[in-house]
Design a protein around this ligand. Structure first.
Ligand code: XMP
Length: 317
């Protein structure tokens, strides 16, 4: 029978054989797959693994700093690259969801290529591709997907000419989590909700500005933190907040306000292909809504998305 311990032993041995003394680059995303892939490679080849963690400025609040810190604590040879400004610039005036994705994919490739060039004599590109990514052309998450869907844009970036190593390509998601546990990776990191590669860019409907990103990060933080405090986080497959491109009228003291509306979305699912909205307790929604409206300047209304997939996708864009 398949066991995580036996898998780790076999794959680490195989990676050593395959890679020898070569150097490998890998893009970390903060997600489960790339983290487990990196940990396996670290076990096999240590400092010859060069991890690159790009901040696209569209991550959750504090995520870049805290996850980078965590990676360093795990002993990974990782470089954090803050490219927020570059992504924001690339997204300027983009309102169409697919164009946003393309702009982000392109910027990611450029940043990653620059960083991969910093590693002299690199031979391999490692990816956290898992089995469902291999069998589906469109899949759920990860930098691997971003890279693949864009490699026909212009000439191939140099890192794509590298040999590919994909230690997780035979595994399903639950197996990846079990391998991660076997490797001693923080259970909180392993239990994280999926988060889309384009990040908050596809949860800010319409054009993206630094101010909108900041507002959404605050709202999202209150929602996710609330789910954890109420013991609901692990009961939900994925959750997040969406910043709507409309203002609504409110009152504050004697004044009328005209401010942003946010939607909260939480779904149950097994693979993201279908999903049901989660019946969160009213008391929880009440507390989160109050906290958002009281603490986040610029937001005066909160709504909860009660649509299931199909037909409503998990993301709004
Ligand atoms: P939808 O919105 O299609 O989302 O129901 C299904 C799952 O895929 C994630 N998603 C993405 N992940 N790049 C990603 O890496 C993307 O462009 C993207 N779009 C959606 C979404 O968060 C959900 O988990």
């Amino acid at each position: 029978a398949w066991t995580p311990a036996a898998f780790v032993e076999t794959i680490v041995h195989a990676l050593k054989e395959q890679i020898g003394n070569d150097k490998v680059v890998l893009g970390l995303s903060g997600g489960v797959d790339s983290t487990v892939a990196a940990t396996l490679l670290n076990k096999a080849i240590g400092k010859n693994l060069y991890c690159i963690f790009v901040n696209n400025g569209l991550l959750r609040k504090n995520e870049f700093e805290s996850v980078l810190h965590q990676y360093k604590d795990m002993g990974l040879n990782v470089k954090g690259v803050d490219a927020s400004e570059r992504f924001l610039e690339a997204l300027k005036n983009e309102t169409d969801p697919e164009r946003k994705r393309k702009a982000i994919g392109k910027a990611f490739i450029e940043v990653f290529d620059d960083e991969a060039h910093e590693v002299t004599d690199v031979d391999w590109l490692a990816q956290g591709t898992i089995y469902p990514d291999v069998i589906e052309s469109v899949s759920v998450a990860g930098p691997s997907v971003t890279i693949k869907s864009h490699h026909n844009v212009g000439g191939l970036p140099d890192f794509m000419k590298l040999k590919i190593v994909e230690p997780l390509r035979m595994l399903f998601k639950d197996e990846v989590r079990r391998v991660g546990k076997e490797l001693g990776i923080d259970p909180e990191l392993l239990g994280r909700h999926p988060f889309p590669g384009p990040g908050l860019a596809i949860r800010i409907l319409g054009d993206i500005t630094a101010e909108k990103v900041r507002i959404l990060q605050e709202v999202d933080f209150i929602f996710i933190d609330g789910l954890r405090k109420w013991g609901l986080y692990d009961k939900v497959w994925q959750a997040g907040a969406i910043l709507l491109p409309i203002n609504s009228v409110g009152v504050m003291g004697d004044e009328r306000t005209y401010e942003k509306v946010v939607a909260l979305r939480a779904v149950e699912s097994t693979d993201g292909m279908t999903a049901d909205w989660v019946n969160l307790p009213y008391e929880f929604l009440q507390e989160v809504s109050n906290n958002i409206i009281n603490r986040v300047k610029g937001v005066n209304r909160v709504v909860y998305d009660i649509s299931s997939k199909p037909p409503a996708t998990i993301e709004w864009e």
